[in-house]
Design a protein. Structure first.
Length: 272
């Protein structure tokens, strides 16, 4: 298992400086964001010079790029907004292929038109699921063309809220390119340590064989997010269960400050 961090944890818009900070904090891999190369996260185009700079920075730092963020609101109520997101996703997928990044992460979206990570009561409607699934289907066509996998993450405020939802979508799509990003802190909103452990254990079991990347974020019992190791998630148990399920991919932390990063790297390295 490789321990990593979101590149955006560290300030800067030059890949060399950002990836050097990732390395210096103790991480071997990163989930990259094109904002770390001075571009929008979901750009209309990625200049060849940016691709070269990112590749060179990865080589010089020794930090492998295990995922590229490609999130837009796949369930936005306005089709024009979804269409624009899909065009940008195509650019990100092509960039990932150029950089030999194996995974592009997605957001299954929400009916909340203002924030793709915010809950909306219409998220449970069949129409919301169908709109999201239509986007996933188009995204998979792009992914197949470029030889890149796509990662969906169960998230309480989005259309795919659970491991069960993720596996339902994978079954509907019928593509080996659609994978799971499993973040234990996104599998519940409020829970005791015992309740959280049961939810996380069930999710690891249900998604076994389909997880491309695990995230390491924590959550307090009252629902507030926390740095890994400071909430109710039992990370030793989570990592042990991932290993038992056959997972040997990247474990990537986020939701922390640059100052906290070295300590979290040591904590996670001690578990893997």
């Amino acid at each position: 298992m490789q321990v990593g961090v979101f590149a955006r944890t560290f300030p800067g818009s030059e890949p060399a400086g950002v990836l050097a900070a990732v390395r210096d904090a103790g991480f071997a891999v990163t989930q990259f964001n094109l904002a770390c190369a001075g571009l929008p996260s979901m750009p209309h185009a990625v200049p060849e010079g940016a691709i070269s700079a990112i590749a060179a920075a990865s080589g010089a730092s020794g930090v492998a790029l295990v995922a590229l963020s490609g999130t837009y609101n796949m369930a936005h109520p306005d089709k024009a907004v979804r269409d624009d997101g899909m065009r940008r996703l195509g650019v990100v997928i092509k960039a990932a292929a150029s950089l030999a990044v194996p995974l592009v992460t997605l957001c299954t979206g929400t009916r909340n038109a203002d924030d793709q990570w915010a809950y909306h009561p219409d998220n449970a409607d069949r129409e919301a699921w169908d709109d999201m699934a239509g986007e996933i289907e188009k995204a998979l066509q792009l992914a197949e063309r470029h030889g890149v996998d796509l990662g969906i993450e169960p998230e309480q405020a989005n259309i795919v809220t659970s491991a069960q939802d993720a596996m339902r979508l994978i079954a509907e799509m019928g593509s080996k390119r659609l994978r799971v990003v499993l973040d234990p802190a996104n599998l519940f909103e409020q829970a005791s340590p015992e309740e959280a452990s049961a939810i996380v254990a069930a999710a690891v079991e249900r998604t076994a064989g389909h997880v491309a990347m695990a995230h390491a974020k924590d959550r307090c019992a009252d629902g507030r997010f926390a740095t890994a190791g400071r909430g109710v998630v039992d990370f030793p148990d989570f990592v042990a269960r991932l290993k038992s399920s056959g997972f040997d991919g990247p474990l990537v932390t986020h939701g922390l400050s640059a100052e906290e990063a070295p300590g979290v790297a040591r904590f996670l390295m001690g578990l893997t």
